[in-house]
Design a protein around this ligand. Structure first.
Ligand SMILES: NC(=O)c1ccc[n+]([C@@H]2O[C@H](COP(=O)([O-])OP(=O)(O)OC[C@H]3O[C@@H](n4cnc5c(N)ncnc54)[C@H](OP(=O)(O)O)[C@@H]3O)[C@@H](O)[C@H]2O)c1
Length: 244
């Protein structure tokens, strides 16, 4: 544990399960104080207790990234308790809509997906920015997906008309990453998008070739712990650049 990391503070959205929970664990194992957030209080408290039982320094805060009032309340609480925030991981994501086609897509469902996967990250970034600006080493990680890539395998073109809400939400999240990084280029805040790759966060997916959760989470943590001269405005998987 480095002396500097003992003062570092990270916040992870959608962290009661899956990749978010494991990202909290890996960051806390580095000696970083982690704010684990979840929209369901009970699930969030249980996940936090699990990490506390492992001897890690984790604090639970309720947060629904799709809800302005919830985000506002969280940031009000944080501002009362903290003087800075070093790492924001926009991990909360929903609706891998492989059963939908673009032409017939339920647009209310698409809007709801965008409200979480795109606007959730945007809302959180805007709200946390005053605290992030007070960090010497601010990092924003948007957890994206190769499904939002124009070129990559299993990207927008290969999905044909499928996965409309999810694929478009992640492509837009990638675009947001670029715009945020340009807007923050005069600061020490690095903003990157990461694809964790197909990861076994649901039963049965390991059998379909998904990799273990710690591996997917490590790809996200890599971008959270970039050195000050690390990249910004990029899209990465396992530390390697991906095509947009
Ligand atoms: N697993 C993969 O293969 C894979 C691949 C590429 C990208 N990703 C991306 O990685 C991220 C995490 O994926 P995962 O597999 O860990 O998903 P997951 O297990 O379904 O976890 C998603 C988390 O987001 C939370 N969430 C959903 N809507 C929310 C909201 N409005 N406010 C706050 N939290 C909310 C969920 O809370 P509840 O438990 O309350 O629903 C859950 O904790 C997502 O952005 C996903 O798109 C995953």
């Amino acid at each position: 544990m480095s002396a500097e990391n003992t003062q570092r503070i990270a916040l992870v959205t959608g962290a009661n399960r899956g990749l978010g929970l494991e990202v909290c664990r890996q960051l806390a194992q580095q000696g970083i104080t982690v704010i684990l957030t979840a929209r369901d209080h009970q699930k969030g408290e249980q996940a936090t207790q699990q990490l506390l039982n492992e001897g890690l320094q984790v604090i639970f805060k309720p947060l629904d990234v799709g809800d302005d009032a919830s985000v506002h309340q969280l940031v009000q609480d944080l501002t009362a308790d903290l003087d800075h925030l070093d790492i924001l991981i926009n991990n909360a994501g929903i609706n891998f809509d492989f059963q939908q086609q673009t032409l017939e897509a339920d647009l209310k469902e698409v809007q709801h997906t965008l409200n979480t996967n795109l606007f959730g990250a945007w809302r959180m970034t805007q709200a946390c920015l005053p605290l992030l600006r007070k960090s010497q080493h601010g990092r924003i990680v948007n957890v994206s997906s190769g499904a939002g890539s124009f070129e990559g395998p299993r990207g927008l073109q290969e999905q044909s008309g499928g996965l409309p809400a999810y694929g478009i939400s992640k492509a837009a999240l990638n675009a947001l990453t670029v715009k945020l990084s340009r807007s923050l280029q005069e600061t020490s805040i690095l903003v990157n998008a990461v694809c964790p790759n197909f990861t076994a966060t649901y039963p049965g997916t390991a059998e379909m070739g998904a990799r273990p959760i710690p591996e997917g989470a490590a790809a996200i943590v890599w971008a959270a712990l970039l050195p000050d001269d690390g990249p910004t405005g990029g899209f990465f998987r396992d530390g390697k650049a991906l095509p947009w």
